[in-house]
Design a binder for this molecule. Sequence first.
Ligand SMILES: O=P(O)(O)OC[C@H]1O[C@](O)(CO)[C@@H](O)[C@@H]1O
Length: 232
Amino acid sequence: MNSYWPGFFPEPSVRTLNDMCCVLANPDQSGDTPLYYMYRDLALTAEDRAYLNEQNLRFDITIIHPGTVDGEYVKTKGHYHPLSPSGIGYPELYQVLAGEAFYLLQRSDLHDVVAVTAKVGEFVLIPPGYGHVTINPGKEKLVMANLVSAGFASEYTFYEQMQGGAYYLMEEGGWIRNPRYPAIPGMRVIPAGEVPELGIRHGREIYRMVSGREELLYLNFPKGSPECLYQM
Ligand SMILES: O=P(O)(O)OC[C@H]1O[C@](O)(CO)[C@@H](O)[C@@H]1O
């Protein structure tokens, strides 16, 4: 029990330094030091569980340690989502519950790289076709929740082959370009935006979307172009 999740926490999946070395600015790191914990497939009640199953959705909470690994801020490994049956990639909805975050998004054709800043209560919708890494640039632990389709497996190969995302965030020097990437446009830094037509308004509780049985079809059946749908 804690302030951001009143329910039971199952055993988390943990990513350690050994799991992450292939995506770090300096890959010469090893050890079983945990960097983040993923509490997957949470529900507060049997009814909520039934709703999530029926909607083919997952609600997860992730806790990312503050600090750096050889000068690089602790982050998630990074992955893409596959295309949904409509030919559009699956989106994902995040909300910061504690701490602060950068969501480093990169389009699969690498024509767009965006760092979205998010504070407590703010939402970030990962648009279809964008890979994502979450970075904890703060001094506190970063706690975030996500709602995502339960119908696909994340794709890690590109991030593993490229040794991470297009940029690394360093304690000294800020954003530095990953030299393994081809020429890419400069990175945009933007604040987290709302998407009122999807009920995404900063400050409201993400879990209300589950307990209130809200319309979340766009997570399994995305439509339209990411730019116009998700204000990117
Ligand atoms: O899979 P990665 O890149 O380690 O990122 C972890 C995040 O992705 C998720 O699996 C959801 O996409 C979350 O559980 C977690 O926050």
